[in-house]
Design a protein. Structure first.
Length: 283
């Protein structure tokens, strides 16, 4: 086992494989999040023909196929890859099996946050794109499930005097565009969106996380069964609104292109014809 790995790959695959039985219970949520991401396709006049659906869990491939694309659906779990409704392929996102320039579109919906080597995965995805190919991704970032993280930490500390990691670490928004640039993408953009979920029964939150394959796979997690009171007590401490438990998702929407000679380039430094000082004076 690589000591630098944050996530247990076997656990990620197992959780996603088990999610197949219940994925339909969260289809509306996954489809809504997919629509928010795929709406960005309407902002370009490019026509895409060969797409990679990375971890879409059945929310991405059907929408791409409806647009006339051939779609490969890749997931760490073979069961979810088969469920995704593209040509199924089981593989880890940072161990891609594709030749360079295989796709003109890559869509990663809520899947890259389980990657042990996110910079390396982004480099491989950029290489898998044809020149001027488009990369779209949604990634949970810092702030997602923050109240649940705090409640679990404080409750476990009170019960046992120690804590175990139970919520995945997430990147900050400001890091996302930099990671895209570092991976060699052109014209990178990262913007954040906050989504508030309300639960009449807070236990439904845990069921939804299991149904999407999003349960704890941190390598250094405590493998022992927690106290029976841990989760009920932590859930009872979560903030509410109108009598329902309130949970925040904070998502980064990433857009970037594989470099191509036809893309606009920034002007060379010092080539401006108008002085900023003159503009400020005129205003």
């Amino acid at each position: 086992m690589d000591e630098m790995e944050v996530f247990d790959r076997k656990a990620v695959r197992l959780h996603r494989a088990r999610a197949v039985q219940h994925i339909n219970t969260v289809a509306d949520l996954l489809n809504d999040l997919a629509i928010r991401l795929l709406d960005r396709l309407d902002d370009t006049t490019h026509r895409f023909t060969h797409a990679l659906d990375l971890g879409g869990r059945g929310s991405i491939a059907p929408a791409l196929r409806a647009r006339g694309m051939h779609v490969v659906s890749l997931d760490p779990a073979a069961q979810l890859a088969a469920k995704a409704q593209g040509f199924p392929l089981a593989a880890d996102p940072d161990l891609l099996p594709f030749a360079p320039a295989s796709f003109d579109l890559v869509v990663a919906s809520l899947s890259l946050h389980w990657t042990n080597d996110l910079p390396g995965a982004l480099i491989q995805l950029r290489q898998a794109l044809k020149p001027d190919g488009l990369f779209l991704a949604t990634l949970p970032i810092l702030g997602t499930l923050d109240t649940l993280r705090t409640a679990l930490t404080e409750t476990e500390a009170a019960f046992t005097g120690g804590v175990s990691p139970r919520i995945s670490p997430f990147p900050d928004l400001r890091d996302c565009a930099a990671l895209l640039q570092r991976a060699g993408f052109a014209l990178p953009v990262a913007d954040a969106e906050e989504i508030e979920l309300l639960y009449a029964d807070p236990l439904k939150l845990l069921h939804d996380l299991r149904a999407t394959g999003e349960t704890n796979a941190v390598r250094l997690r405590d493998r022992r069964p927690p106290s029976r009171a841990l989760f009920p007590t932590a859930l009872a401490a979560l903030p509410t609104r109108d009598g329902r438990t309130k949970i925040r998702l904070r998502l980064a929407h990433l857009t970037a292109w594989a470099p191509a000679p036809t893309q606009p380039k920034p002007l060379a430094r010092g080539s401006a014809q108008i002085s900023l000082a003159d503009v400020l004076k005129s205003e």
